[in-house]
Design a protein around this ligand. Sequence first.
Ligand code: CA2
Length: 183
Amino acid sequence: MLRIQVLHGPNLNLLGTREQSIYGTQSLDALDSAITKLAKELSVKVDLRQSNSEGELVTWIQEARSKYDGIIINPAAYTHTSIAIRDAIAAVGLPTVEVHLSNIHQREEFRHRSHIAGVAIGQICGLGPTGYLLALRGLHDHLTASLREKKTAAPARLPRTARGTRSLRSRSSDRVQSEGSIE
Ligand code: CA2
């Protein structure tokens, strides 16, 4: 089962309570429920967390390396300021999708720049909560395709017991087949 970490940055705990014209009316709990529901449909395990602290987000990203296959993150205001979050994402090397509820490119100039986009496989913004659901589908498809590619690239394995009983001739033809295999 694929495992994806979903991280919400600072102030996103206030969703639905203020600035509804920009960020909508849905609460963070409701958004997390919608993500969890889709994750179940896709048979993905999700872990959802929110923090107002840059250091905590960095720690969670570092920990994700051994626990998750990919990350979805709305770094909120840290998008525009945090080299530390960018470095953490680059260091763990997990496929990461950046999400924003609002269209950051339509807003103030300082929001146009993302330090995260350069280390993410993609960025979704301006679509409200739907952006997270699209990110989940997109990351699921990306990870599934990567796994399939890895399986294709791996040389064919023979059962240990069978290997010892085969002739030299059949072993060398196996080698040619496994090198050229597209299975
Ligand atoms: O559009 C987004 O998702 C943002 O990441 C949200 C950040 C903002 O700094 C980014 O430029 C774009 C702000 C999150 C604040 O969330 C609030 C939610 C409700 C009420 C107040 C703030």
